[in-house]
Design a protein around this ligand. Structure first.
Ligand SMILES: Cc1cc2nc3c(=O)[nH]c(=O)nc-3n(C[C@H](O)[C@H](O)[C@H](O)COP(=O)(O)OP(=O)(O)OC[C@H]3O[C@@H](n4cnc5c(N)ncnc54)[C@H](O)[C@@H]3O)c2cc1C
Length: 401
């Protein structure tokens, strides 16, 4: 029996799991510090209250039990990896040994230490806890406004630092949410304001100029205030101070300006890039190790031409599946294959039923793009939910419920 351990049950880890589990010759163990896979790509809908939180998670216990034979799920935090002894140390259980290890531990928000006060005074949105807290914060504010007419006249401001994909999606969705409230209630929300701070001269850096222009127009139409070329120098509990001395006051600040590899990955004595991501070869193996693969945000992954691929769910899913395939190939005595991951397209949700879908040569704007994004999200979610339902049924029948 070969032991395969996967660290991280996010997009990459779950994709590897579904390829490896259910085989008699392999014992698969998935380890995650959370009992769920948080669907970060739907985080904007959770924050804006268009999806309940249970629709943004996949239960990892139930998912692992759905395979025959089942995979083992260990709900624990990995603290160390002994590459010589092939052993993973976790916080609360005995260490787990492996023949092959897949590192899929993802990334965390990178609160730049050079920006004083950033970590202390702003929030990240990469975890379910962060997204949930933010959602509750806004709901509470709206509720207080409903109860207290005087308070409803107060200005309320949210600053989003970082105008990449996640910052733009959340800004658009939140502003749409506030506008929707304003239209359908006597509640005064016109003084609820979202500020989006972009360090560069443009938002959505690296994307096609037509997409950038349309996104900007949409954000302005919604009423989001854009601050382009604005560098945050310092953050205080109620204001972001810019390098030119200007400041933007806030009641809540969210920082989406960058990511770095999860600490358990960046701590490993292996070769990393400046974000702490592991450098892997084109088969996604960590060089000079035999049994170690990395996928998703935990690794710097290149396309066929050598360009670095963006840290997206799409790349995580494909790289997780590919790393798992290469483990299977090695177990069959075959050579691992290069990954050659290609991005098929990217969809950006821009509030309500408006989105942009970029398929390379074709770009689609509006409702159609929004429907395509929703369908893609469901096509990912539904097969996993069906599996979870089966896994939950098995757990219940075993415990006599
Ligand atoms: C708001 C937002 C919107 C986004 N929108 C899009 C989008 O529209 N399209 C897109 O393609 N991408 C989008 N992304 C990016 C995408 O979500 C990430 O690239 C993707 O989640 C990476 O997948 P992953 O499996 O590498 O990591 P993750 O999904 O982050 O999973 C990593 C897992 O590892 C676990 N873990 C970490 N450390 C440990 C440890 N020490 N011990 C045990 N477990 C550990 C974590 O709990 C987590 O479950 C968005 C991101 C955000 C934040």
């Amino acid at each position: 029996m070969h032991k395969v351990v996967i660290i991280g049950g996010g997009y990459a880890g779950v994709s590897a799991l579904t390829r490896l589990a259910g085989r008699k010759e392999i014992e698969v163990t998935l380890i995650d510090r959370h009992p769920y896979h948080f669907l970060q790509t739907e985080g904007y809908a959770l924050v804006a209250n268009t999806l309940p939180f249970d629709s943004t998670i996949i239960d990892l216990h139930a998912l692992c039990r759905s395979f025959a034979p089942p995979a083992t799920f260990l709900h624990d935090a990995v603290t160390d990896i002994d590459l010589q002894q092939k052993r993973v140390t976790v916080e609360n259980s005995t260490p787990v040994t492996y023949d092959f290890l897949l590192i899929c531990a993802g990334s965390v928000t990178r609160f730049m230490p050079s920006i004083e006060g950033l970590r202390r005074c702003s929030h990240g949105v990469k975890s379910l806890t962060g997204a949930f807290e933010m959602k509750q914060f806004f709901e509470r504010e709206l509720f207080i406004r409903l109860e207290n007419a005087q308070h409803a006249g107060h200005a309320y401001s949210v600053v989003i630092g970082g105008a990449g994909l996640s910052g733009v999606e959340i800004a658009a969705e939140m502003q749409h949410y506030f506008n929707r409230y304003y239209q359908s209630n006597t509640l005064s929300c016109e003084r609820l304001q979202i500020h989006l701070i972009a360090g560069g001269d443009t938002l959505l850096k690296g994307m096609h100029p037509a997409i950038v222009a349309r996104s900007e127009a949409r954000l302005q139409q919604l009423g989001v205030i854009l601050h382009k070329g604005a560098h945050i120098a310092r953050v205080e509990p109620d204001k972001a101070i810019l390098e030119d001395g200007a400041h933007v006051d806030f009641d809540f600040m969210l920082f989406t300006g960058g990511i770095m590899a999860s600490p358990v990955v960046s701590r490993l004595s292996l070769v990393h890039n400046k974000l702490g991501q592991l450098l892997v070869d084109d088969t996604l193996q960590v060089p000079e190790t035999e049994a170690l693969f990395a996928a998703g945000d935990a690794a710097e992954i290149h396309d066929k031409k050598g360009n670095i691929l963006p840290d997206t769910a799409q790349v995580a899913i494909k790289s997780g599946a590919h790393a798992a395939t290469n483990v299977l190939r090695l177990l069959q005595g075959k050579k691992p294959l290069p990954a050659h991951i290609r991005i098929k397209g990217i969809a950006i949700a821009l509030g309500g039923e408006y989105a942009i879908l970029d398929l390379g040569k074709i770009r689609i704007y509006g409702r159609l793009a929004h429907s395509a994004k929703k369908i893609t999200e469901r096509l990912y979610r539904w097969p996993l939910w069906l599996r979870c339902r089966e896994g939950a049924r098995r757990i219940a029948s075993q415990s006599g419920r």
